[in-house]
Design a protein around this ligand. Structure first.
Ligand SMILES: [Zn+2]
Length: 468
């Protein structure tokens, strides 16, 4: 197809593209029957990569009840949620997401029974770590039979409290067994990603198995999931990163983790560590020190919400990029301000400070737990303002160009994204994965959240066209 009137490196060009970019010139004439897309002078960029996302959870979240209720007091918040739950159409299971104890208090099955006694209900904590089920859900899922598992919380009498910690696999298996699993609308979510200019994603779910890999591949082949997917996952995968979840209150034995790392290394897999806190990061680095050395590529640190200077130096020396989520400052910043000390607030999700010490920092969404829009996330990396307008760590601001750079960098090159900062532009011979903006980047970079996507191409096919 032919893209006309696109802004590329300071001038208007036409771009001919199929699976790869075939021609770039000031003027190209359309061939007979060639589809023409008028870019209207908008910037043409390589398509965007979201380097940290959870596809199935994000697609499922679209059909879920948001438990994010900022209605004031705990009683008011609960009242608001009761109303939302009562308004869910149909009968049967209700899936809630984005629950936070600051709003609703610490929940268990009995508390949920008060909010929703008549339908099986499960709600997910906003961190993604925890599910809470009401009593109908506890019974339907037969959680009592799994009381021996660490992930299934019990009370003093050994009765399940309805809380399942870090065990989405158990939830999925049990829902499946009783025929209550739902198929998330991946097509709709994929279209949403395309409308944001996203052509590729890294699914970072630790629960990804060979089955997930096969499911995603099938969705991609069937044209349901338009984006290219790099997959991380559990120990069973033959390739892709091993995702290691570290929770500081339940760290594994170091030698066990080292054995997992070595087993992954023996398959040529590298490691991505979920590290939010300082202690989690210390533990990850200790495990890497003990484990077999990396052979090629790079390991990754996901989130890195708290990284002190000394740790930053260590990450830079070990060539470990940090995949950060500025969007959390936007969506959760107001809550952070209520929960954390001023000193902690100043150094959450650092960006400029890490970069200055030589760490590669790459912005991503962590959707559905953070905002999915790259433009919102880039805007927040540049302003560090919460949705409520609170400024969090002004000295960690970066330019919107710097935050965009990571999104323009393919996943295999993340460790070099700093040196590619100016480099990755649309050029001849690159894959036909393109994002055309509604305006020139120079006109939008001060307000990236307003820039708008004109069209997105994946493999030379139109995945999104704002005119349709
Ligand atoms: Zn994540």
């Amino acid at each position: 197809m032919l893209i006309q009137n696109a802004w590329l490196q300071g001038s208007l060009v036409d771009v001919r593209v199929d699976a790869i970019v075939q021609a770039i010139a000031p003027r190209l004439n359309a061939m007979p029957n060639e589809t023409v897309l008028d870019a209207g002078g908008g910037e043409i960029l390589p398509g965007l990569h979201d380097h940290h996302i959870h596809l199935f959870a994000a697609a499922a979240a679209q059909g879920s009840v948001s438990c994010n209720v900022s209605a004031g007091s705990l009683a008011k918040c609960r009242e608001a949620l009761v109303e939302r739950l009562a308004n869910v159409p149909g009968s049967g299971w209700i899936r809630g997401v984005d629950y936070h104890e600051q709003q609703l208090g610490v929940l268990d099955r009995w508390q949920l029974d008060e909010l929703c006694p008549h339908r099986p209900l499960r709600i997910q904590h906003r961190s993604g770590k925890l599910w809470v089920c009401n009593s109908m859900a506890v019974q339907a899922l037969d959680l009592g039979a799994f009381a021996h598992l660490d992930s299934v919380q019990g009370d003093a009498c050994g009765q399940p409290t309805g809380c399942i910690v870090r065990d989405d696999a158990l939830m999925a298996r049990q829902l499946d067994a009783i025929g209550a699993s739902t198929t998330p609308d991946m097509a709709a979510f994929s279209r949403q990603l395309a409308s944001l200019g996203i052509v590729a994603v890294t699914d970072t779910s630790a629960t990804n198995t060979q089955q997930s890999a096969a499911d995603l591949q099938r969705l991609h082949q069937d044209g349901v999931l338009l984006q290219q997917v790099s997959l991380m996952g559990d120990d069973s995968l033959e390739e892709g990163y091993l995702k290691v979840l570290l929770d500081e209150d339940r760290l594994p034995a170091l030698e066990k983790l080292v054995a997992r790392i070595n087993a992954a290394r023996s398959r040529g897999r590298n490691i991505a560590f979920h590290c939010v806190t300082h202690l989690e990061l210390v533990f990850a680095l200790a495990a890497l020190t003990e484990a077999a050395p990396i052979e090629q590529g790079f390991d990754r640190i996901e989130h890195g919400a708290v990284i002190e200077d000394a740790m930053a130096d260590e990450l830079a020396a070990r060539n470990l990029p940090v995949i950060t989520q500025p969007g959390f400052l936007y969506s959760k910043g107001d809550q952070y301000r209520a929960d954390l000390q001023q000193r902690e607030l100043q150094c959450l999700y650092r960006y400029a400070g890490l970069s200055a010490r030589g760490v590669t920092v790459v912005a991503s969404s962590d959707a559905p737990y953070g905002p999915v829009s790259p433009w919102q996330n880039i805007a927040t990396a540049a302003c560090r303002c919460s949705a409520g307008g609170v400024l969090l760590g002004a000295h960690e601001r970066v330019s919107s160009d710097q935050a965009l750079t990571g999104y323009l960098t393919p996943s295999a090159m993340l460790d070099q994204s700093r040196t590619l900062m100016q480099a990755r532009k649309v050029r001849l011979g690159m894959r036909g994965d393109l994002c055309i903006l509604q305006k020139r980047w120079a006109q939008g970079r001060d307000r990236p959240e307003t820039v708008g996507v004109r069209a997105t191409l994946i493999g030379g096919s139109v995945a999104f066209d704002s005119a349709h």
